[in-house]
Design a protein around this ligand. Structure first.
Ligand SMILES: *Cc1c(COP(=O)(O)O)cnc(C)c1O
Ligand SMILES: [Zn+2]
Length: 392
């Protein structure tokens, strides 16, 4: 395996502790050995580890991650003028988000180097996932979260799995900066944010599954962007499946951000060589990030694929979250509804087969549902009042 820099083309042999390019500081990517492609496509088993031939570890602590449903959404598709709309429901993963795909691989590498503990900064799902896989592997987990800004479901999972939690008085970007500095000083800690390219290798299996289920690549993939690890991982996955001869053409990648936290959309717009907004704000806490570490990879994915990036408002996100649950039965967290909100707003009529990535489960953030339209009433304990509720 090789580590490769997409910015300056630097290459060096893979090692599990090198994350960024020594020449230019861009997060590196892991390139599997060419023989893995030559042997190509002899995948076995289920879930993330089905694709072990293309991963930086042969096995790892597992909870049955991957193999999530790709659900056809005819009702919403029709409304958006799309012939074929699918939602890949990553909420079906063991801890309820796509982060599990990366953590099973990341924790495998931590075990491989004999790390005593794993660490991350998190808006919630990375923490919940890392805590679960660390528990599974029998090692310690240390998480840094922005104080008061983590959805209750995610925090509960992290507490229950026994992680040590530091509530940082600052935003996610402060927590991220701190954990990178901490891990650089404390060699017994293995950093599992998406700046670690090995985690993204696990996440690329999402793209493999979509292709295997459909029998080809979709025309368009729409997903939310926070630190932008996932869009980078998916694009890499599609390119590798093409290299294997499993798909002919590649999808267009569309990344969606919340209006109050849209550094990548800005950077793409003005062709900037920096990517940051101060004090990011959105109800979609999973993507409340002002300085995304993988922004260069995301910009490359969007440009190379002929895709685009755009924003949606919190009100549009909430409406889309309600639509997806109330009309298709898929209850996802706010960040995961951003792609649906974008489809409604943008209109991609005639785009062909569109796959939205629903990144996390709705139960992660139960409080937000209080802002949905509710059909609830308190009734006297008699049939009369109940009869009035029955649609005629
Ligand atoms: C982590 C996360 C995201 C953002 O993914 P990035 O790889 O940081 O862009 C989006 N939605 C949910 C639910 C997440 O947990
Ligand atoms: Zn470089």
């Amino acid at each position: 395996m090789t580590l490769h820099c997409i910015s300056c083309d630097h290459r060096q042999p893979h090692d599990p502790l090198t994350f960024v390019c020594p020449r230019c500081g861009t997060p590196l990517e892991v390139l599997p050995d060419p023989e893995a492609f030559a042997r190509g496509g002899s995948f076995e088993g289920r879930g993330v580890w089905r694709y072990r031939a293309l991963l930086p570890a042969g096995r790892g602590p597992t909870l049955g991650e991957g193999d999530t449903g790709l659900h056809r959404c005819e009702r919403l598709g029709l409304e958006f003028g799309l012939s074929t709309l699918y939602v890949k429901n990553e909420g079906e993963n063991p801890t309820g988000s796509f982060k599990d795909r990366g953590m099973t691989v990341g924790v495998a590498l931590a075990l491989g180097i004999g790390a005593r503990a794993v660490a991350c900064a998190s808006t919630g799902n990375t923490a919940a996932s890392m805590a679960a896989y660390a528990a599974r592997a029998g090692i310690e987990a240390i998480v840094l979260v922005p104080a008061g800004k983590v959805a209750s479901g995610k925090l509960s999972q992290t507490v229950a799995c026994g992680a040590t939690i530091a509530h940082v008085e600052g935003d996610f970007d402060d927590a991220m900066r701190l954990v990178v500095e901490l891990a650089a000083r404390e060699r017994s800690l293995y950093l599992l944010n998406s700046i670690n390219p090995n985690r993204l290798e696990g996440q690329k299996t999402l793209a493999f599954e979509v292709c295997e289920t459909l029998g080809s690549a979709p025309d368009v993939v729409v997903l939310p962007m926070g630190n932008a690890g996932n869009i980078s991982a998916l694009w890499k996955g599609f390119k590798e499946f093409q290299l294997l001869g499993r798909i002919e053409r590649l999808p267009r990648m569309i990344g969606v951000q919340a209006e109050g936290a849209a550094p990548i959309v800005r950077a793409l717009g003005d062709g900037a060589d920096a990517c940051r907004v101060e004090r990011p704000e959105t109800i979609a806490t999973a993507i409340r990030i002002g300085a995304p570490v993988n922004w260069k990879k995301a910009v490359a994915a969007i440009r190379e694929s002929g895709g685009e990036a755009g924003t949606v408002t919190d009100a549009e996100i909430l409406a889309a979250q309600h639509d997806l649950a109330a009309r298709e039965g898929l209850f996802v967290e706010p960040a995961s509804a951003a792609p649906i909100a974008y489809l409604r707003k943008r209109g991609l009529e005639g785009a062909g087969t569109v796959v939205c990535i629903a990144t996390g489960h709705g139960l992660k953030d139960p409080e937000v549902v209080s802002r949905h339209p509710a059909r609830e009433t308190r009734v006297a304990p008699g049939l009369e009042a109940l009869r009035e509720l029955i649609p005629r």
